[in-house]
Design a protein. Sequence first.
Length: 144
Amino acid sequence: MSDSKPVLLVEDDLVDTMAVKRVLKEMNTANDLVCALNGEDALSYLRSEGNRMPCLILLDLNMPKMNGMEFLRVVKADDILKSIPVVVLTTSNDEQDMRRSFEFGAAAYIVKAFGYRDFRERIRTIQTYLAPFQPTREPETAQL
């Protein structure tokens, strides 16, 4: 386990989860990755005592149970959670989704690319939120 805060990925697509994990590894980040399949699971993680608060939340919009927009509204209305930056990471390039995400408090909005090279370059834009690599260990991944 790293001393740095984890990244919370809220994503129901396992292929996208694997791609994010691969990019973070290529970026040599020291942040562990915690994965939640939907907004409800992510809120459960964030509200459970003993879990480390993430330095960043990567959020898909289109998910079952609680979608990304609902999750974003809840997080940004919570006095404890609202300071965590949320980056929307979605296939939606709909202007209304983008506008609403920023209205609800998203720090950034990234449209997923279909090719891995473009996907990697878009994910790299989050690097300012991450801890520098600590070469003594491999970042961990946890699935909720």
